[in-house]
Design a protein around this ligand. Sequence first.
Ligand code: MG
Length: 266
Amino acid sequence: MIRLKTERQINQMREAGKVVARALQLVRRLARPGVTTAELNRAVEEFYASVGAEPLFKGVRSGPGKPPFPAVICASVNEQVVHGIPGPYVLREGDILSVDTGCRLDGWCADAAVTLPIGKISPADRKLIEVTEATLDLAIRELGRCRHWSQVARKMENFVRRHGFSVVEQFVGHGIGRQMHEEPQVPNFVSPALRRNDFRLSPGLVLAIEPMVNAGTPDVRLTEDHWTVVTADGSRSAHFEHTVAITEQGPVVLTSLDGVEATTGS
Ligand code: MG
């Protein structure tokens, strides 16, 4: 069942969203060659504690007997798609780093991600990042124009393909509210499953929209740490996410800073 939110609840989610936006802004400032992904995680963990926000990722289990996720951010470098575990890896010039994080503030959740260039990156990686972010921007715009999610997903998928990249299909966005993962599933492509489970874009709907785009094929695989997902062909991957509410006045990005859209470090 999809739980629509009242205007008041959306305003509360906006407060959680601002905290997530500030966490990503902090990462954007710190992420440079020579810094470890563990240091970025520590900075966000301290920031969440300082504002009384509960990190949503730490302790999450992907299944019975699987190790809990040990950090408050996912840090996925280069061919890592999502769910990279922060650690001793030292960022290098030319890396691209996807950072995903979420928190709960006063009972309401928000979730967002960005892919950042580390120092000077290649034109091909720059294009991958720009197309992925533009895919999210397109989805947010189309939320106010389309009646059903499948129409938005179709436009996202076509946009990515037109630029010669591919949409990851094994992971999808999600509804969000009191819990990080609520119904509905929010795929970035059209499938028979989406046609069966398509949903109306009604005011009160709050979605975490998160295109994951590969430079090569869409195929991904899970690595031995049970969390980190990488591209099957070793090509690079980018990921952008916002928590977005549909209101009577149109779509509102909840995970942006005050009046300033969260963008890449460029
Ligand atoms: Mg998410």
